[in-house]
Design a protein around this ligand. Structure first.
Ligand code: GLC
Ligand code: CA
Length: 512
């Protein structure tokens, strides 16, 4: 089983979309040095780790999730040396950095793909999944065809410019000779190439990886048995060479990913998690209208939790570069309760840059680099009230994505100075979590109520904390909840006898 990394148990992650964080050379785009310069801001908030979105050479048809060279930092972000400096400066502050590993596909401009398109057989011929004829499409997958000398169609993994790397088929279809088994030469070589990339960056000082579409690697693999076996092999390699390397998966099925050797998995905003019921639907549970429901979320969470034997290593993000900003549906008071929830759940919490100040989704933007509807959640970080919100000193029209142009757009500097701000609340909640082991990654969780209020108990050997969150506008009473109120967010809460009274818009932490 996965060796335990103690830093991960207490980790609070901050996700950085490098192009939009901080621009130090006035070209309108964020850079690695900008992240290094802002490490103290992140640390001061209480975050102990960073997940950095892809920062490698790329044609940027999917914002860098189309990698052209896994070994080189994209010049627009700086150099490999800059990235190594970021690792070093993070470590000095007792912080850790996960890079984003995209193992499922590359850009069409990757040298491997260019070689793979050639008619003549070479070492990259089987690096991607190709059929034997341009007229035969790989069933169930999109494809690229008609642009290669080679006679064949190449399967794609996401956008149609992201060809699928070939890790083989769990059950190759005997009628499709081009489907190779996992242990064929080509798939094994792809796997070794992936290990090489990991080795390179771990040697350079990164602490591990967030793995993009981690469950997508082996094809014809309904139960994911092949993909799990592949990750177990990678975990063995890491345990041998880099036992401290952390792996967090974008998979959403912890019963598979944790068996595969990942330390933690993400709760996804699509699929069966019902996460969006809480934050991103017409009547989110966290709205004070009180018309939402947490029921299906709790049921799905519980099911996953039980499947992994109560190892609640399911990371819940405040948002990310693929989903709407929290502030699209919720106001700052409502978001404070969201953070009370996120920061008291098992698994490592992930805060998407700018969510700590309630940055808004910027409406009606033209898609940038394959962002489409996601573009509005990727706008530049708002640092202060200065030029371009302190993000960059480039002329406004040169910014990578337009800024939120509302006059009252939130900014970090003002919120740091205001003890009532969302950011100040997030900071206090992080500090509160870090003082109470029951609330951290490995504490157990038992849900007691899933209406208004939401009630759950977090526990570890030394402590039991009941969390009561009442986003609705109405006061609620919870029986059987005596003890000491350790912390409160929002309005009012009071214990009378054996009952707890929680005003609308309030979250309370009670120690039994
Ligand atoms: C993941 C990334 C997303 C990207 C996709 C393809 O879901 O988070 O941004 O577009 O994978 O790599
Ligand atoms: Ca720059």
């Amino acid at each position: 089983m996965n060796n335990q990394l103690t830093w991960l148990d207490k980790a609070i992650f901050y996700e950085i979309y490098p192009q939009s964080f901080y621009d130090t050379n006035a070209d309108g785009i964020g850079d690695i040095n900008g992240i290094t310069q802002k490490l103290d801001y992140i640390r001061e908030l209480g975050c102990t780790a960073i997940w950095l979105n892809p920062c490698f050479r790329s044609p940027f048809g999917d914002a860098g999730y189309d990698v052209e060279d896994y070994y080189t930092v994209a010049p627009r972000y700086g150099t490999n040396e800059d990235l190594v400096t970021l690792f070093r400066e993070a470590h000095k502050r007792d912080m850790h950095v996960l890079l984003d590993l995209v193992p499922g596909h590359t850009a069409v401009t990757h040298r491997w793909f260019k070689e793979s398109m050639k008619a003549e057989k070479n070492v990259y011929t089987d690096r991607y999944i190709w059929t034997d004829s341009v007229w035969e499409e790989p069933r169930g997958m999109g494809c690229i065809r008609g642009i290669s000398e080679r006679d064949g169609s190449c399967a794609v993994n996401f956008f149609s410019h992201q060809p699928s790397l070939n890790y083989g088929f769990y059950r190759p279809d005997p009628d499709c000779k081009w489907q190779q088994p996992m242990d064929a030469e080509g798939p094994l070589a792809t796997r070794e190439a992936l290990k090489d990339i990991m080795r390179f960056w771990l040697k350079a000082g990164c602490d591990g990886f967030r793995v993009d579409m981690a469950g997508s690697l082996v094809k014809n693999d309904e139960e994911s048995k092949g993909t799990i076996a592949l990750w177990q092999d990678i975990r063995r390699f890491l345990d041998g060479e880099f036992p401290g390397a952390a792996l967090v998966s974008e998979w959403g099925e912890p019963d598979k990913s944790l068996v595969g050797g990942f330390h933690m998995d993400f709760l996804l905003h699509f699929g069966p998690s019902h996460y969006n019921d809480l934050l991103r639907c017409d009547e989110p549970y966290f709205s004070r209208r009180g018309r939402g429901s947490a029921r299906e979320f709790v049921a799905a969470y519980r099911e996953n939790y039980e499947k992994v034997g109560g190892r609640g290593l399911i990371c819940i993000p405040s948002g990310n570069h693929d989903m709407d900003r929290l502030a699209r549906r919720l106001d700052p008071a409502e978001m404070k309760l969201v953070f009370a929830f996120l920061l008291s759940m098992p698994g490592a919490p992930f805060i998407y840059y700018g969510d700590e100040i309630g940055m808004r989704y910027v409406e009606n933007l033209v898609s940038v680099e394959g962002g489409y509807g996601r573009t509005g959640s990727r706008s530049p970080m708002q640092w202060n009230k200065g030029l371009n919100a302190g993000f960059s000193s480039a002329p406004e029209e040169k910014l990578y994505i337009p800024l939120d142009d509302s006059e009252d757009r939130p900014n970090a500097e003002s919120q740091c100075a205001d003890i009532c701000s969302l950011r100040s609340e997030v900071k206090r909640l992080i500090a509160f979590r870090q003082k109470h082991p029951a609330l951290q990654s490995r504490g157990s969780i038992t849900f007691l109520q899933d209406g208004y209020p939401l009630v759950y108990e977090r526990a570890c050997a030394s402590q039991r904390i009941r969390v009561v969150i009442n986003p609705s506008g109405e006061e609620a009473a919870v029986s059987d909840t005596g003890g000491t109120i350790l912390y409160k967010v929002g309005n009012a809460a009071e214990i009378k006898g054996d009952s707890l009274y929680v005003a609308g818009g309030t979250a309370v932490f009670v120690e039994a």
